[in-house]
Ligand binder design. Structure first.
Ligand SMILES: [Zn+2]
Ligand SMILES: [Zn+2]
Length: 195
């Protein structure tokens, strides 16, 4: 395995799900600003824009933290280029038992027994949970909190987006008579012009 280890989700190759997810997320915000906001009155604009803007910023912050974090096993990070003897002497000094650790042939380094080697990223990750296709990064002990933050904030952002969509549609239905009479007047004007 000669590919260099990846240290974050922005390193190539990017995942197509990561790109699609980012486009959909930005598209939701564009739809909100261009379709919902113009149909709201001033108070609704202030409330909805504040809430949706805050959730957008929260998702972006957790997404960046989750994508740019490096969950590689600290032993691999610290001792990758060191000889086996150097690592064993460190274990001896720190009163650590070498039997608690394993040697990863792919990383060519000692790693914790609680680590697992991710083939897609070519690195050992401490308490590996899974490789997230949306963040294009491994999820493990060091970045699980960011991944949980992404899950919760995306859920809130999407729920809020759908709620404003339903609210906007309900407003449209309530004001349908107004829309219909305005539409009829426009049609009348157009017909009179053609005659
Ligand atoms: Zn490894
Ligand atoms: Zn991975």
């Amino acid at each position: 395995m000669n590919t260099p280890p990846r240290t974050n989700g922005c390193m190539s190759p990017l995942d197509s799900f990561q790109i699609i997810g980012t486009i959909v997320f930005i598209l939701e915000m564009v739809i909100f600003v261009t379709c919902y906001i113009p149909s709201f009155d001033y108070e609704e604009v202030v409330i909805s824009a504040s809430l949706q803007g805050l959730l957008f910023a929260t998702v972006t912050a957790f997404w960046m933290l989750g994508t740019l974090s490096d969950p590689t096993d600290w032993l691999v990070k610290k001792y990758k280029r060191c000889s086996r003897e150097t690592v064993e002497s460190y274990f001896h000094q720190a009163s650590l038992n070498t039997s608690d650790y394993t040697f990863c042939t792919a990383c060519q380094s000692f790693a914790s027994k609680r680590s697992k080697h991710c083939r897609r990223c070519n690195r050992c990750v401490l308490e590996f949970d899974h490789h997230c296709i949306w963040l294009n990064n491994c999820i493990g002990k060091d970045n699980y909190k960011f991944f949980a933050g992404v899950l919760v904030s995306v859920l809130l952002f999407s729920s809020s987006f759908i709620s404003w969509c339903i609210y906007s549609f309900a407003r449209f239905v309530n004001n349908f008579d107004t829309f219909r009479s305005a539409f009829s007047q426009v049609l009348d004007i157009l017909c009179n012009v053609r005659q």
